[in-house]
Design a protein. Sequence first.
Length: 259
Amino acid sequence: MTDTTFDPVLVEAGVRRWLERAVIGLNLCPFAKAVYVKQQVRIVVSDASTERALLEQLGEELALLRDTPAEAIDTTLLVHPQVLADFLDYNDFLDDADALVEALDLDGVLQVASFHPHYQFAGTKPDDAVNLTNHAPYPILHLLREDSVDRAVAAYPEPDSIIERNVATMQELGSEGSAAAVRQSQTAKRSRCRGDGAQPPLPLPPSGHAGANSRTRSSSPNARHCPSGRSPSVNPPTRSRCSASTWLPTAANIRRTWW
């Protein structure tokens, strides 16, 4: 867990600052501004303190997004400050999130992208610029509509350039400048290795950065969202999605990252 007490109002304010200053302000996701200014982004600050409680709330939010017109809610950010502060635990939880999407028969309809204060792609060092694209002030599960992702990507002239541009932006800012833009006051402890010293499967970096455009966890390759990531491992998923740090340019690789 992160903190035993927290103020959901302050947490939401921190997430909004991150969206406005980093995701939109640095143009990390060219698709984020339109839905944000139209107030179509639902931000939910979870009070879950266990993975089970979070998974239950995730199911509720997936169902709500499914049953609500996109004009009212186009995308949802489920922020969970009190659980999954460790990135490796968070990365493992994403398997459960994907399984839930399938159990609800929403595969191909909705997807869950990922952001975390200590996000790390496979084959990278913790402070590499590519990881900063998926950093956020708190652990976040980003619920996306596949149709919305498809339309946004189709309307963008050169989606493949988004990843390279975002990494260049992070490198230009430097680690301290990027951290100031992407992170907020509430951060979790640095992700660690398991007790046996072995590093579990982590998400691979986006295309063009020593890996695939989605995260890696177990040995089964699954496609995911746009930009997001985890740490070193093998067999990355293959779906597409977008996120603040590493937007994947196609609906096929937009899986664990949104803005």
